[in-house]
Design a protein around this ligand. Structure first.
Ligand SMILES: [Zn+2]
Length: 69
């Protein structure tokens, strides 16, 4: 099923500022695959870029626990 643009409940808050995170799908460019990336709506921190939506979310959530770049 195609996913609609809506708030993603699974996303943790931003590990840097505690802001609300959202997910963005980059359509890609010639030579590049589309990817998903989670970002903070407040400070614009970005999670890992992944081809799969769930991978991008998982990467963001893992980072938000304690690990920092
Ligand atoms: Zn933030």
């Amino acid at each position: 099923m195609p996913s609609k643009a809506s708030t993603v409940r699974d996303l943790h808050l931003c590990p840097f500022c505690g802001g609300v995170a959202d997910i963005y799908r980059d359509p890609g460019q010639p030579g590049y695959e589309p990817f998903y990336v989670v970002y903070c709506t407040r400070c614009e921190a970005r999670g890992p870029e992944k081809e799969k939506r769930e991978d991008a979310i998982a990467g963001w959530n893992r980072r938000s626990t304690r690990e920092r770049g």
